[in-house]
Design a protein around this ligand. Structure first.
Ligand SMILES: Nc1ncnc2c1ncn2[C@@H]1O[C@H](COP(=O)(O)OP(=O)(O)O)[C@@H](O)[C@H]1O
Ligand SMILES: [Mg+2]
Length: 412
């Protein structure tokens, strides 16, 4: 008689389905039981995964019920236990459980097989956790901000840049959309052009125009063909304010190798340089639409257009991250205690903005400037006048003053 305790999932038929695992020296070994195509048959897959979750499947077979029962007995002897946190009791749950190991397996294979085409100098630089191809440098490369903090959540964005995806960053003013792209460009030596759609940018500025110079008629490339030909990175800022004709020109180049047709110039075709990248930023698009009332005049972007981008919502840095940035930017004069208080004030102001108690956003830039001036004057109020209060309405200034007083006792 076998007096080992019965494991959940070993008796009822549907409960056979699921993931059976045992720990190994380097990770886990598992068997997955799912429903096969023919009635009363089961698909068995076997695999192992290391500590990082990368894994492979080495056995994949179909068995009948009798065979399955024999296997279940054997696995029990070998120490496999059904995934206890997630005991499957129906097929939907089973599909859910099979999904993650399957996804991890495919992701591991893709990452092993990754061969990026060489571009630029053929060199790469590691940014966050991604190898980014280097550009050729030049005057348009933004300066490196040594205090810039690459949070782990930026990895996917950097990976998309390396893979030549079109990336749109959405988020509040001053959350760090532009600086993320610029700091990746700075570290990988790519030149950057910026074009702000919330102003007088015309389709002529963007695509190009004819002009007369010394009696001669000349074509002048706009920022888009310039960036495409020169292999620059183009940031289309506040894309939700762009005119339809600009969006139409952009749509053509949203495919990775999409070409631009200069209709005004006899349909000349501009092919993208391999280093060319296209970015957009917006405040009130997609997941940020709930804040549209805070950003007057922004246009709704249609879903077909949005689907041509990878859209990332970028939030402000957390107070802990922002305190780190303050420490690094203002080293050696900034102390941890001061930085923590300042970051908490910024977080309070942003919460008030999100609640619509404040009409002005509170950027990391504003915080850094205030902190710097505060160190010079030794007086938070005096420093706040040019860094904050003079830039906002009297009502906002009064509310921010209240937040500051609350966090910094007058004689503290
Ligand atoms: N991760 C970060 N590390 C350090 N500074 C940051 C970071 N993100 C944003 N900042 C600072 O915040 C300020 C505002 O960022 P910016 O990119 O201009 O915002 P947005 O484009 O979203 O309006 C910049 O001065 C930048 O230096
Ligand atoms: Mg910006």
């Amino acid at each position: 008689m076998d007096d080992a305790p019965e494991l959940t999932g070993y008796d009822n038929e549907d409960e056979h389905l699921g993931l059976y695992q045992r720990a190994t020296e380097t990770g886990v070994e598992w068997w997955r039981v799912s429903v096969a195509d023919r009635p009363e048959t089961y698909r068995l897959e076997h695999g192992s995964a290391d500590a990082r979750g990368a894994g492979t499947v080495d056995i994949d077979l179909v068995v009948d019920e009798e065979n399955l029962r024999a296997k279940l007995k054997k696995w029990r002897r070998e120490g496999f236990a059904i995934d206890a946190d997630d005991t499957p009791n129906d097929r939907a749950a089973n599909a859910r459980i099979s999904f993650m190991p399957e996804l991890q397996r495919v992701a591991a294979l893709m990452s092993a097989a990754k061969r990026r085409p060489r571009e630029g100098t053929g060199e790469t630089v590691r940014i966050a956790e991604v190898e980014v191809p280097c550009g050729v440098g030049g005057a348009l490369v933004p300066p490196v901000n040594p205090a810039y903090l690459f949070a782990a959540r930026f990895n996917d964005i950097v990976e998309d840049i390396a893979e030549n995806r079109r990336v749109m960053l959405i988020g509040h003013t001053g959350a760090g959309k532009t600086s993320l792209i610029e700091q990746v460009a700075a570290r990988s030596h790519h030149g950057v052009l910026r074009s702000n759609m919330n102003g007088q940018t015309t389709v002529g500025d963007f695509v190009g125009f004819w002009t007369v110079k010394g009696g001669e008629t000349l074509w002048v490339d706009g920022v888009l063909p310039t960036a495409m030909r020169e292999g620059l990175w183009l940031i289309v800022d506040e894309i939700d304010f762009a005119e339809p004709s600009i969006l139409a020109a952009l749509t053509a180049v949203l495919e990775p190798h999409g070409r631009l047709v200069l209709k005004e110039k006899g349909n000349e075709i501009v092919a993208p340089h391999p280093s060319f990248r296209l970015f957009a930023t917006a405040n009130a698009v997609g997941a940020m639409s709930q804040f549209r009332h805070l950003y007057q005049g922004a246009n709704l972007m249609n879903e077909a257009f949005l689907d041509r981008w990878r859209v990332y919502l970028l939030d402000y840095l957390t107070p802990a991250e922002e305190a780190d940035v303050l420490m690094r930017t203002l080293a050696p004069n900034m102390t941890r205690a001061l930085a923590t208080t300042l970051a908490a004030i910024a977080a309070d102001c942003r919460a008030a903005f999100a609640r619509e108690d404040l009409s002005s956003a509170f950027s990391t830039r504003r915080l850094l400037d205030w902190a710097e001036l505060r160190l010079r004057t030794g007086d938070p109020e005096r420093a706040a006048a040019p860094a904050i209060y003079a830039k906002v309405s009297p009502e906002d200034a009064a509310l921010i003053r209240g937040i500051v007083r609350h966090r910094i006792a007058p004689d503290g």
